[in-house]
Write a protein that binds this ligand. Structure first.
Ligand SMILES: [Zn+2]
Ligand SMILES: [Zn+2]
Length: 660
């Protein structure tokens, strides 16, 4: 997989004649081209988009335009100079579940410009204002901005606030700056102060989480107001620019890398300050159309129309959600396959598989029986051929991969459909059984029930689901038991022996990880949650601060030591009280025994898994658990931590993978 596209795509489409109809809307190509040309004429070099799959093994996907720029933001010399502009294709797998409303997608293009120690806030904000109001013709009255409010160590970004005031003034707008809009509403303001959660950027999060020597800085976000969208009070009593109701949409973020952290926790100004701007292309198109639905832009609308025709349904209500999911997922799948990813049970391939399966499943919900992804994918290729000229050449390969995976998954779904025909009454229990045996999504069973004039309460399904987990926890479940590990979300069930095998290895690795964490960080480390997929393990634990790089290396090393020594893994069933006495770790839950937290609810008889050295008898790990586990730690393979981050207050999150 190559990291950068070798075709100079930009050259090709920059030479194209103007397509803008002055009375109508600009399309995505117009906006993309205008952005690149705007910055090119201000001394920026246009660079091509990097691949969606970065060379960096610690990151699965390119999820922002800045990602390939990080080395240059940290001081490396960019071969094209100090001023760079591009449009980067991005993929965010963490947003998969959020797709379905009018503004979330997993695949998108991000327009970006960078200054590596060259110009700073004054130029950047003025150019942005000019680009949005003059080039895109956005009504300045519909623009709102945010700036960093400052904290005990970093001052408020007053400079940006004053610059914005002057810019708005230049078009006759008196821009008021206001505090606490989250709690008090807009208050007639146009410039809003937000804290480090919203308006601070560093690779390691908030200023206090940053390591010594790490750069960071405030950012200033820009929002477009869709005045026809009425605030929904379920999101809070007052509307504000960061409200989730959809009235305000973020169309870009200017990051000002300005500070570096000192040994004593204070911050100094960086000698060479950087600008990093990123803005979603689809969102900018939506703003110029004054239509908050990004799926109505020319980058998605033709795909929606194709699905409408195929499904013989309209783009509205619950069907609109299904159509958006299909459009986004097929688009993302097409781009990932184009960048060399193939469906598999690991890493990028697993995410691709999930996208395809979700698309099939929502196709079924819409009543589409025949294969449809290939045809949507071909339309994606033609929609994007200007920007990614390599796409059309890959169309056949992409179609073949999609067809293959669609066929495989359709077979499972069809078996479930046969089963459902035999059932006269559909309820939560049967929905769960269909889900458990055929990977049949709840939504689909619910839909079929509705067609028959029946109703299934999601609560019942959930109850059946939880009951199953309870049984698993008691250790009486055979194959897919334990931890409800694959049952937490619809798609994560192990589909075959290979996936099951990987999950099992990851599961035992997770036990080792917890034990290693406690050895390195102390006994205050307790499991707060865990989620294992065929791709990775995710482990949440109580701990107050960021885990340092050195500590992470040490933890990884300890786990791999135990793997090397090939310790024995053994299960024992015993009464709950007795298990507690062995010192076995249990899942800690605030909802458990007492208000201050305690074991979550366990049945009277539990399973305890121990990992120990057969020769010395020394126990490395002992936990309440339903399994499944490997028999010996040597089967796990090499364990690697891929990410450490904050999960919530006082809770850290680690993601890890196992490699053969
Ligand atoms: Zn709102
Ligand atoms: Zn376990």
């Amino acid at each position: 997989m190559s990291n950068t596209s070798s075709t100079p795509a930009w050259v090709l489409f920059l030479d194209k004649p103007e397509k803008i109809c002055l009375n109508g809307n600009m399309n995505s190509s117009d906006i993309r081209r205008r952005f690149l040309e705007f910055f090119k004429s201000r001394g920026h070099a246009i660079v091509p988009s990097s691949s969606l799959v970065p060379n960096d093994p610690t990151t699965l996907f390119t999820s922002a335009g800045m990602q390939p720029m990080v080395p240059y933001l940290l001081g490396k010399k960019h071969p094209s100079g100090l001023r760079i502009v591009n449009s980067q294709r991005c993929f965010r797998s963490q947003d998969i579940e959020e797709v379905g409303d009018n503004r979330h997608d997993t695949f998108f293009e991000m327009l970006g410009n960078w200054s590596f120690g060259d110009y700073f806030k004054k130029e950047q904000l003025a150019w942005m204002f000019e680009f949005l109001t003059k080039e895109l013709g956005l009504d300045p009255y519909k623009l709102y901005v945010t700036v960093f409010c400052g904290n005990e160590i970093i001052p408020r970004d007053a400079e940006s606030m004053i610059l914005w005031k002057d810019l708005f003034k230049s078009v006759g707008i008196e821009a008021k700056d206001v505090e606490d809009s989250e709690a008090k509403g807009m208050q007639g303001g146009r410039i809003f102060y937000y804290g480090e959660k919203k308006n601070w950027w560093s690779r390691e999060g908030s200023p206090k989480d940053m390591s010594v020597g790490e750069p960071g800085g405030p950012d200033s976000e820009m929002f477009y107001e869709f005045s026809d969208v009425v605030h929904n009070p379920t999101y809070g009593p007052y509307c504000h620019v960061n409200c989730d109701c959809g009235r305000y949409m973020e169309i870009g973020n200017n990051v000002f890398m300005e500070y570096i952290k000192n040994v004593d926790g204070s911050f100094s100004q960086l000698p060479a300050k950087n600008v990093d701007f990123g803005g979603g292309l689809e969102r900018m198109v939506a703003a110029t159309r004054n239509d908050p639905d990004i799926f109505n832009t020319d980058l998605s609308r033709p795909l929606i129309e194709f699905i409408e025709k195929t499904a013989e349904k309209k783009y509205e209500g619950a069907d609109a959600r299904s159509m958006r999911i299909i459009v986004d997922h097929v688009k993302a799948a097409t781009m990932l396959i184009a960048d060399g990813v193939l469906p598999s049970n690991k890493t990028q391939g697993y995410i691709l598989r999930r996208l395809i399966r979700r698309a099939v499943r929502f196709g079924r919900i819409l009543g589409i029986q025949e294969h449809f992804m290939e045809q949507i994918s071909k339309r994606v290729s033609s929609l994007y051929r200007d920007v990614y000229p390599e796409l059309p050449q890959k169309t056949d390969h992409i179609a073949m991969v999609l067809r293959d995976e669609e066929t495989k998954f359709s077979a499972t779904i069809s078996r479930g459909l046969k089963e459902i025909e035999k059932l006269t009454e559909l309820d939560g229990t049967s929905a769960f059984r269909l889900y458990e045996s055929y990977g049949f999504p709840f939504e689909l069973t619910e839909e079929i029930a509705r067609e028959r004039g029946q109703q299934i309460a999601y609560g019942e399904f959930k109850k059946a689901f939880e009951k199953h987990q309870e049984i698993s926890r008691a250790g009486t479940e055979k194959k897919f038991g334990g931890h409800g590990l694959l049952l937490d979300t619809g798609e994560l069930k192990a589909a075959n022996e290979e996936e099951l095998n990987t999950v099992t290895r990851l599961h035992t690795a997770t036990h080792l990880l917890q034990a290693a964490l406690r050895k390195v960080l102390g006994d205050e480390v307790r499991q707060m949650g865990s989620d294992i997929t065929a791709e990775r393990t995710r482990f949440d634990f109580s701990f107050e601060r960021k885990v340092t790089k050195e500590e992470l290396e040490q933890i990884e090393h300890i786990v791999n030591e135990v793997v090397q020594r090939d310790y024995t893994v053994e299960a024992k069933k015993m009464p709950y009280e007795e298990a507690i006495k062995t010192g076995a770790l249990y899942v800690f839950s605030a909802k458990g025994g007492s208000a201050s937290g305690g074991p979550k609810k366990y049945p009277e008889e539990v399973n305890v898994y121990s990992v120990y050295d057969l020769k010395s008898g020394e126990v490395f790990s002992r936990e309440f658990c339903g399994g499944p586990h490997v028999k010996r730690t040597g089967e796990i393979g090499h364990f690697r931590i891929i990410k450490e981050e904050s999960s919530s207050a006082g809770v850290r999150r680690i993601r890890g993978v196992v490699e053969n």
